[in-house]
Design a protein around this ligand. Structure first.
Ligand SMILES: CCCCCCCCCCCCCCCCCCCC(=O)SCCNC(=O)CCNC(=O)[C@H](O)C(C)(C)COP(=O)(O)OP(=O)(O)OC[C@H]1O[C@@H](n2cnc3c(N)ncnc32)[C@H](O)[C@@H]1OP(=O)(O)O
Ligand SMILES: NC(=O)C1=CN([C@@H]2O[C@H](COP(=O)(O)OP(=O)(O)OC[C@H]3O[C@@H](n4cnc5c(N)ncnc54)[C@H](OP(=O)(O)O)[C@@H]3O)[C@@H](O)[C@H]2O)C=CC1
Length: 515
């Protein structure tokens, strides 16, 4: 019997960010392993024309929740969606809902965040810092609360090379930042943002670091733990391999590469690709929830959920395996044939951006114009290159995260819990995982049918022929222009032509003699 699964039975659990990538997998695992939990409260806002209820309905009816429905047929009754917006005061939660949350909640998993790298500092502070502070305040008023688990990121201290499972303070106190956001106008915030974030690459990593400081400062008597995952990728094993539902991290770039838009990237092939499957993150999160509530460690423990020091993979190996999977199962209607060049040189990378990305986009737009359609490829390409430039920071560096607490927790689990809540990344086979990841992107993100693979392969063959034809035409035009301008080129050309002629005449003579 799993002690962790038994621990969550009968519990009332509050999850923020439950509609996000990690939140969905967390809910799924909770319902599947502890079907007799009491209730999961989720803080949800309406979005994209859908009410909170419609959003929950859609999640529960998705492929991800198929297995849950078998083990927990009344899952609809056990999930309570509470209207909330984490950008508002008291999260805009109604008085009755707030009362219920305060009096019933046993465990909190705080997953909500803005994960955008380019978010305005005001918005990133509001969600990643102020909302965390407000949630802690709520937690301090919950008499039945046993544990508060905060999800941060391993990159909150990406300005350091070696990162321990401790909180590193930022120069300016989070409270001062929160206060200043209330009265500074956007223009001034824009001006001070680079100074505040310092040697971090974006507002996301900076505000996640501030969020951790808030957790430490406001923890009071609460039982708190912080989890720091690295780059969260598709599921490894559970509920099935390869599940992913957004473009964050590598997923968007894999699509761009598979569709032939992205053919080269400024990346260091030997740099560690610190990916971590989302089901490993969720298993660790649930184990940490149990351990924090039951063992009540004296101080706030931080758990690194990373792969680099236990089972490293690098971007070069990943790129090769991604391409190998495209060979087996290409994406449909590709713009060009997939290709992946990794270069560390800025000038070479700019050259490939011009030749391999911008030029084909301009040519395609020219073709669209000629055929009376609206040009769009240059715009798509510019956005893609902007995205790539934001991710480059993470593919040209390696970090070392110590995993002392995570390994300690693993040794505390019973053999059954180690199996049911497996977060031992050493057991992961990267080649198999990356292949399933790419296939998962094809199935669950692009919604492509595996039956379409022969047609996708045919399409790539056509693109190859167009490529050869285009290159030959380009070569002949260039050569023709060169001949018109240079005597030397003309001499070379006549030499080649006369050589070929003599060669052919010799063979013709030889065949006549044989007859
Ligand atoms: C030669 C290629 C070989 C490829 C094989 C090898 C793959 C190597 C991959 C390396 C990836 C490295 C990733 C490192 C990530 C580090 C993560 C740190 C860990 C964390 O804690 S953070 C969680 C992760 N967060 C993110 O990933 C967020 C990143 N996204 C953003 O910040 C914003 O989306 C972005 C990029 C600033 C774009 O903003 P914007 O232009 O305003 O617009 P949208 O967000 O609305 O999207 C516009 C457009 O782009 C598509 N999109 C979004 N994200 C991505 C993405 N990651 N990759 C590609 N495309 C993306 C989106 O769907 C939109 O498309 P439209 O068609 O609708 O315009
Ligand atoms: N993905 C990754 O690679 C990594 C993620 N993390 C951390 O893991 C956690 C989960 O990330 P992930 O699931 O990938 O992120 P997602 O972007 O997929 O999910 C974010 C969640 O936060 C919710 N949210 C955002 N703004 C609000 C708001 N104003 N009110 C209510 N809810 C809001 C979103 O709700 P809605 O659906 O309404 O937008 C969504 O449920 C985050 O804390 C992130 O920092 C850490 C390392 C890596």
């Amino acid at each position: 019997m799993s002690m962790i699964a038994a621990f969550y039975s009968g519990k009332s659990i509050l999850i923020t960010g439950a509609t996000g990538f990690m939140g969905k997998v967390l809910m799924e695992k909770l319902f599947r392993t502890s079907p007799d939990l009491k209730v999961i409260y989720i803080l949800v806002r309406p979005k994209a024309g859908q009410t909170t209820q419609q959003r929950v309905f859609q999640i529960l009816n998705s492929q991800l929740f198929q297995k849950v429905k078998e083990v927990c047929p009344n899952v609809h009754e056990k999930i309570r969606a509470i209207y909330a917006d984490l950008n508002q005061n008291d999260f805009a939660i109604s008085k009755e809902d707030m009362q219920e949350l305060l009096s019933c909640t046993n465990i909190i998993f705080h997953c909500a965040a803005t994960v955008r790298f380019d978010d305005h500092l005001r918005h990133a502070v509001q969600l990643n810092v102020t909302a965390t502070q407000q949630l802690l305040l709520m937690a301090s008023q919950m008499p039945k609360l046993e544990a508060f688990i905060h999800i941060s990121t391993a990159f909150s201290n990406c300005n350091l090379k070696h990162i321990d499972e401790v909180i590193y303070p930022c120069p300016v106190e989070p409270k001062k930042i929160i206060d200043s956001m209330e009265w500074l106008d956007d223009a001034i915030i824009d001006e001070i943002t680079p100074k505040l974030i310092g040697d971090r690459p974006n507002t996301y990593t900076y505000t996640k670091a501030l969020g951790e400081m808030v957790v430490q400062q406001e923890s009071g008597n609460l039982n708190i733990a912080i989890i720091r995952p690295s780059i969260v990728g598709a599921t490894w094993q559970e509920p099935f391999p390869g599940w992913v539902d957004n473009l964050n991290g590598p997923s968007g770039l894999i699509i761009a590469a598979g569709k032939g838009f992205l053919r080269s990237i400024r990346a260091t092939p030997m740099a560690v690709a610190d990916l971590i499957p989302v089901d490993i993150v969720v298993n660790l999160t649930l184990a940490v929830g149990w351990y924090t509530a039951v063992h009540r460690p004296k101080s706030t423990l931080i758990y690194h959920c990373t792969s680099g020091n236990l089972n490293p993979c690098n971007w070069g190996k990943m790129g090769i395996q991604v391409l190998a999977t495209f060979e087996k199962a290409p994406f449909e209607r590709a713009f060009r044939r997939p290709h992946a060049d990794f270069t560390t040189n800025l000038i070479i990378s700019q050259y490939w951006n011009a030749v391999s990305h911008r030029a084909p986009a301009i040519i395609y737009d020219f073709y669209l114009r000629l055929t009376g359609r609206k040009p769009r490829m240059t715009k798509v390409m510019n956005r893609l290159l902007r995205t790539v430039s934001m991710l480059e920071y993470f593919v040209n560096r390696s970090w070392e995260w110590s995993t002392y607490n995570t390994e300690m927790l693993m040794s505390e689990l019973s053999p059954e819990d180690q199996r049911v809540f497996n977060f031992d990344v050493r057991q992961l086979n990267w080649l198999e995982y990356i292949e399933n990841y790419v296939l998962g992107i094809k199935k669950y993100l692009l919604k492509e049918d595996m039956a379409g693979i022969p047609e996708a392969k045919q399409h790539l063959k056509r693109l190859r022929n167009i490529h050869y034809l285009f290159n030959t035409a380009l070569f002949l035009i260039a050569w023709r222009l060169l001949i018109a301008r240079s005597q030397m080129a003309r001499n070379v050309w006549f030499f080649i032509v006369s050589f070929c002629y003599k060669f052919l005449s010799y063979f013709r003579a030889l065949s006549t003699l044989k007859v």
